[in-house]
Design a protein around this ligand. Structure first.
Ligand SMILES: [Zn+2]
Length: 419
């Protein structure tokens, strides 16, 4: 049960209309969280007066946001009408992209996915072509859903790089060359005529895993984004941790090796340079170039330059010594990086990206052992590890959830400064 009563509204500092909007949002959130729920139960949760509840519920029903959902038959008391959120009243698009894919989906107010569009493309680094695919992906998912455009609340974009959320600009991507200062919000708002929100995809994945995935019910969660780069998202019971400039979570650029390889960020020995997908491939290519015997080369068609991390993973599963050695090292470096992050943020659960799932049995035990050995005992006591349950859709789901949150947002109160 969720109690809303502690959000008391100061009597004098707020206008009547703000208090009314606040109470309405409170009731709507109560119905969303606890529904189907009766008006009497809403009173118990919100501690609002029954007259206000009756009036505000009527407005919510008239607006189409809330519908009746049968009668409450339990107990000895009078039967009561139950209320729930009208899931189909509003729809949100969530879209996630990178240099090689676009995943777009449409979710209703209950976060049920009603349409999805997944496209993978070998476009290389063509910035304009990627942008075109991104717009096409959103257009296609809206068309395929056959929905009334008036029900579309907004679009959430999960961006692979740095994002300026205030300006709605995709600042920089380390995976798409030349992708700098792209005004994505403006482009999408002009194209689709609905409000657009942006967030880094590591954070939308974190949000999705906490709400609907492996981290359901977890207060403090850390998500490890693993791919061409490495990042981490931190969720607290109060929301996502972004840092003052929105740059928090750059796990891939924490240092794990003295004087290690040069990183894309300009520094040396960052975690990304020794443990990301490209780093795994590079280490195999280098070792084979220096004459190491391994089946990785055959898996890559005999061309060391064509080796990818997937070839190394496959060889490791077959017991290849070089591949196993590379994964052993990778797990140690990842373990070091995550141990540092655990010491800093003290999460309850660490959720690994779905891209690590295929090598879960080869990597996770070693990562967990390193974390438990290197992080503080007090921080690892009770710490749980899990793998993403949402797979490749996590980023897009989180982006859609971000849009839907704006419907249920509780208005900010003007709290007086007592200092
Ligand atoms: Zn770096």
């Amino acid at each position: 049960m969720v109690g809303f009563g502690h959000w008391a509204v100061p009597e004098r500092q707020n206008t009547k209309s703000l208090r009314r909007a606040y109470n309405k949002a409170l009731i709507l959130n109560c119905i969303r969280t606890c529904g189907p729920v009766s008006r009497t139960q809403i009173r118990t949760h919100t501690r609002l007066r029954m007259a206000s509840i009756t009036e505000l519920v009527r407005e919510l029903v008239e607006a189409g946001l809330v519908i009746e959902a049968g009668m409450n038959g339990a107990g000895r008391g009078r039967k009561q009408v139950l209320l729930r959120v009208n899931a189909g009243h509003g729809l949100a698009v969530g879209v996630e992209f990178d240099a090689d894919h676009v995943i777009a989906l449409i979710a209703d107010l209950d976060m049920a996915v009603v349409a999805r569009h997944i496209v993978e493309f070998p476009l290389g680094q063509d910035k304009d072509a990627i942008l075109a695919k991104l717009i096409e992906g959103v257009r296609d998912v809206i068309l395929s859903a056959g929905i009334d455009r008036a029900r579309l609340i907004g679009i959430g974009i999960a961006d692979p790089g740095l994002v300026d959320r205030e300006r709605g600009v995709s600042v920089l991507s380390s995976t798409i060359e030349g992708w700098r200062s792209v005004p994505l919000r403006e482009i999408f708002e002009q194209e689709f005529s609905v409000p657009v929100q942006m967030e880094e995809n590591t954070r939308t994945k974190t949000l999705a895993e906490k709400r609907f995935g492996a981290g359901r019910g977890v207060g403090h969660l850390m998500f490890i984004d693993f791919g061409p780069g490495i990042g981490c998202g931190v969720a607290t019971p109060n929301g996502l941790f972004r840092g003052s400039g929105g740059n928090a979570g750059e796990l891939g650029h924490t240092h794990v090796m003295d004087g290690g390889p040069v990183c894309r960020c300009g520094s040396y020995g960052c975690l990304e340079t020794v443990a990301s997908l490209p780093a795994i491939a590079r280490r195999a290519t280098e070792a084979i170039g220096q004459g190491a015997a391994s089946s990785i080369r055959d898996l890559a068609g005999g061309d060391p330059a064509a080796i990818t991390a997937d070839h190394v993973f496959e060889a490791a599963r077959r017991g290849d010594k070089l591949a196993l050695g590379i994964l052993d090292e990778t797990s140690r470096y990842l373990g070091m990086g995550i141990a540092n992050a655990v010491n800093l943020f003290n999460p309850e659960m660490v959720v690994f990206d779905a891209r690590l799932a295929p090598v879960q049995d080869l990597l996770f035990e070693a990562i967990e052992n390193t974390v438990k050995r290197q992080a503080l005992e007090a921080s690892t006591r009770g710490l749980r590890f899990a793998v993403s349950e949402l797979g490749q859709e996590a980023g897009a789901l989180g982006a859609a959830a971000m849009v839907l949150d704006s419907v249920f947002e509780i208005p900010q109160l003007d709290i007086p400064d007592f200092v």
